[in-house]
Ligand binder design. Structure first.
Ligand SMILES: Cc1cc2nc3c(=O)[nH]c(=O)nc-3n(C[C@H](O)[C@H](O)[C@H](O)COP(=O)(O)OP(=O)(O)OC[C@H]3O[C@@H](n4cnc5c(N)ncnc54)[C@H](O)[C@@H]3O)c2cc1C
Length: 546
């Protein structure tokens, strides 16, 4: 939305609601905004590809390689990490963006005291079944042993410091994410009933001994009773149990918006229950503690990137993948261009690991372009805006003190995480990372709203939203940069997790192996890692057989 088309009041009303907009626009003076820029994601080259950009590299710009990895998010970087670990060096990774990490990338700038996340900001401490994450974290020195039940012990300095979470409601901050203040007996009874239901699912095992909800989800049960939960929404699941306490519904809705960018009405009950049950060892136990760094999962990205840096080409967008056996090919051919859409290069590869989002297969893979398989259309993605606010000092506020995660009860945003928290810097300058998921019913509408709102529009939305809790935030904020994620996360709407599209999309196709987190139906570091390593294993075993 550009300023000449929409007024400030209209933009604020569209994203924060009419009452907030009216109150913010009471004065005729438009408040000034800190400087900043839109840092990504690079939608221009993506839109050129969608609109049919095709290039043919000159004959001397082709090279031969064992494996091409398409996409340097966590899935692609994990595939690279695993290939190298297994002693396989003959690969390259092509990443469209100038920085690695995809939606887990992080940022830094001279005005900020610490680096900060641009997307993913934590992983829960893994349970013992999550072998791939345990292997990575052990190699990084994050895990330092196992407890008596065989679960990994995470070194203290990587666990999120206290206080972890707080919530703002009507002029005050409170501890935790459930709004205890003002809850009556019925609210608390419903919270207990909900927790008891979750406890039942935490302890539930199928006849093969598998949990209903495990991370990665490839370890979860496919029992019909569990799969049936995917047929209804989380909201219907709550309604069927007469769980209608507004505070409880808010908590569950917050969980769905936080992990999936969807409301409880839009989220599959399977995914909603997964959020609450998959990170708990046994009934009644607390959720696993969180592992985090100032730059969030950007720390994990830097580690993975450092392992394969020499083989990673940043700023190279793949425009064409021609599978084996198509047009007489005996290799998988991959064409990539730089940001300008020029400097085309070609690669003849024995195998490709496709670690870009699955919806791109219908723009990049030759026969899918003309005739996309119907399941590719079932992959739908939500849009998110993330803003990083550099502050010269902390805002003063009432009630529970600043935590790592700070949530506003009455806002459509998710609030903010504090990048200095994990460093133990509790005074002075800091960086707030503010998250806003666009939960429109139609994701295309969300993307249009996201991309047609400029940096000034988003900066004003973030500051106006935070002003409810921090009236002085504008005067403290010296810089505000914005990331617009058009295809931020796969949407686990009812029917997607167990509807069959995921398993079809995961099947290798003429030398191409698929790895993106969307194949899990949910966007998590652990899922991207799992698919990256699994695809690398598939490729290695095929190449060894050949
Ligand atoms: C705002 C936000 C917050 C999140 N918070 C968390 C969190 O706290 N914890 C958590 O576990 N997860 C979180 N997630 C999800 C997590 O970031 C992802 O699940 C995970 O990082 C996905 O990794 P990926 O490699 O599968 O996909 P992506 O991150 O989508 O990476 C795909 C890569 O492919 C590249 N690419 C696309 N097209 C091309 C092309 N044509 N050529 C070459 N490269 C291409 C992209 O640039 C990108 O780098 C969050 C996500 C978002 C958006």
């Amino acid at each position: 939305m550009t300023d000449h088309l929409f007024t400030r009041r209209e933009i604020l009303a569209a994203f924060l609601g009419v009452p907030v907009a009216l109150s913010a626009c009471r004065s005729s003076v438009t408040p000034s905004l800190p400087e900043g820029e839109i840092v990504g994601a690079s939608d221009v080259i993506g839109h050129k590809i969608r609109d049919g950009l095709r290039v043919q590299p000159p004959a001397d710009n082709w090279e031969r390689t064992g494996v091409v990895i398409v996409g340097g998010g966590v899935a692609g970087l994990s595939a690279a990490w695993h290939l190298q670990k297994r002693g396989f060096e003959n690969f390259i990774l092509l990443e469209l963006e100038p920085a690695p990490g995809g939606t887990a990338r992080s940022g830094d700038n001279p005005d900020a005291v610490v680096p900060y996340p641009w997307g993913a900001h934590y992983v829960p401490a893994p349970l013992k079944e999550n072998l791939r994450l345990i292997s990575l974290l052990t190699e990084m020195g994050v895990i330092e042993g196992v407890d008596q039940d065989g679960n990994p012990i995470v070194a203290e300095q990587f666990l999120c410091r206290d206080p972890e979470e707080r919530i703002y409601f009507k002029g005050r901050w409170y501890e935790g994410l459930y709004l205890h203040a003002g809850a009556d007996r019925q609210d608390l009874a419903q919270l207990d009933k909900f927790n008891a239901e979750i406890g039942t699912w935490v302890d539930w095992r199928d006849n093969k001994g598998r949990r209903a909800f495990a991370i990665p989800i490839s370890n979860s049960s496919d029992d019909e009773q569990v799969k049936a939960l995917d047929k209804i929404s989380m909201s219907s699941w709550l309604q069927a149990r007469q769980l209608d306490s507004p505070r409880l519904r808010w908590l569950v809705d917050y969980g769905c918006r936080d992990d999936y960018g969807l409301t409880i009405d839009q989220t599959s009950a399977w995914a909603g229950l997964f959020y609450f049950a998959s990170r708990v060892t046994h009934r009644g136990a607390e959720s696993q503690p969180l592992i985090t760094w100032p730059e969030g999962n950007g720390h994990l990205v830097s580690y993975l990137y450092s392992k394969s840096k020499a083989k990673i080409r940043l700023g190279f967008a793949v425009t064409d993948v021609i599978p084996k056996g198509i047009e007489g090919n005996n290799a998988v051919d991959v064409v990539a261009v730089d940001h300008e859409g020029s400097n085309a290069r070609g690669f003849h590869a024995d195998r490709v690991i496709f670690a870009a989002p699955h919806f791109l297969t219908r723009y990049l893979i030759r026969p899918f372009r003309e005739d996309p398989p119907s399941y590719t259309l079932e992959f739908k993605y939500g849009a998110w805006m993330v803003a990083n606010l550099v502050l010269r000092d902390r805002p003063k506020d009432l009630g529970f003190p600043l935590a790592w995660d700070n949530v506003l009860y009455e806002s459509p945003s998710l609030g903010y995480v504090v990048a200095t928290h994990q460093r133990g810097l509790d005074r002075g300058p800091t960086v707030f990372t503010y998250y806003y998921p666009l939960c429109d019913a139609d994701p295309r509408v969300a993307r249009t709203r996201l991309l047609s709102t400029d940096r000034r529009g988003w900066a004003d939305i973030a500051l106006t939203d935070l002003e409810r809790a921090h009236p002085a935030i504008r005067s403290l904020c010296t810089r505000l940069d914005v990331m617009r994620w058009g295809h931020a996360m796969i949407r686990p709407q009812p029917g997607f997790i167990w509807g069959g599209a995921r398993s079809k999309a995961q099947k290798p196709f003429r030398g191409i192996h698929f790895a993106h987190t969307d194949l899990s139906g949910i966007a998590l570091f652990e899922e991207a890692l799992d698919h990256g390593v699994r695809a690398a294993e598939e490729v290695l075993s095929e190449l060894n057989r050949a």
